[in-house]
Design a protein. Structure first.
Length: 180
């Protein structure tokens, strides 16, 4: 969690909203801190990063059977003209590793197959906070994610990348055959 910030009056306040965290690997993870890591950095024309391709990140925790807590998932909206094919997942893995501790890095990503126009208010509440409930309920269900024309990825710490999930991978994860 980020330390408190001071405003121009010298009063301190916390950056995160209460309750917008999840617990994973015995640690509290701030969804705001993880989303901020996707904020894009080093996006000058000579140093394009994978994080600079991300327009918006909606971060939340999803349950995995027989695991304590919730694993991080980030639903990413890419900048205009960019698609899943433009993402180098090995580079994205390394950039996130520089930004976040291991327990805070998302275990799952979901990304639109193609760039699309985001309708005003889509994915946001009336107070401009991300809607997370429906996505949290879907978890890492590959079929539900594909119905929304999105692709699911899972972090591969051995390969230092993210790999595309399929139904067999989901079944193995549900059965505890894949260690997380």
């Amino acid at each position: 969690m980020r330390p408190p910030q001071a405003d121009w009056f010298g009063f301190y306040y916390w950056v995160d909203r209460i309750g917008d965290t999840f617990r994973w690997k015995g640690e509290n993870v701030s969804t705001a801190e993880v989303a901020a890591a996707f904020g894009g950095w080093g996006d000058s024309s000579d140093n394009v990063t994978m994080l600079s391709l991300v327009e918006d990140a909606n971060v939340y925790g999803v349950e995995i059977p027989n695991q304590d807590g919730r694993a991080g998932m980030a639903r990413l909206e890419l900048k205009g003209g960019k698609s899943v094919a433009d993402v180098d997942f090995g580079q994205l893995y390394c950039e996130l590793a520089e930004q976040l501790p291991g327990y805070a890095r998302p275990l799952f990503l979901r990304i639109n197959r193609e760039t699309r126009v985001i309708e005003e208010g889509e994915g946001l509440t009336g107070t401009f906070k991300h809607k997370k409930g429906a996505f949290r309920d879907q978890g890492y269900d590959v079929a539900a994610i594909e119905e929304m024309d999105e692709v699911a990825f899972m972090r591969d710490d051995k390969g230092k990348t993210f790999v595309q999930m399929d139904k067999q991978m989901q079944k193995d994860l549900d059965a505890g055959k894949i260690r997380v």
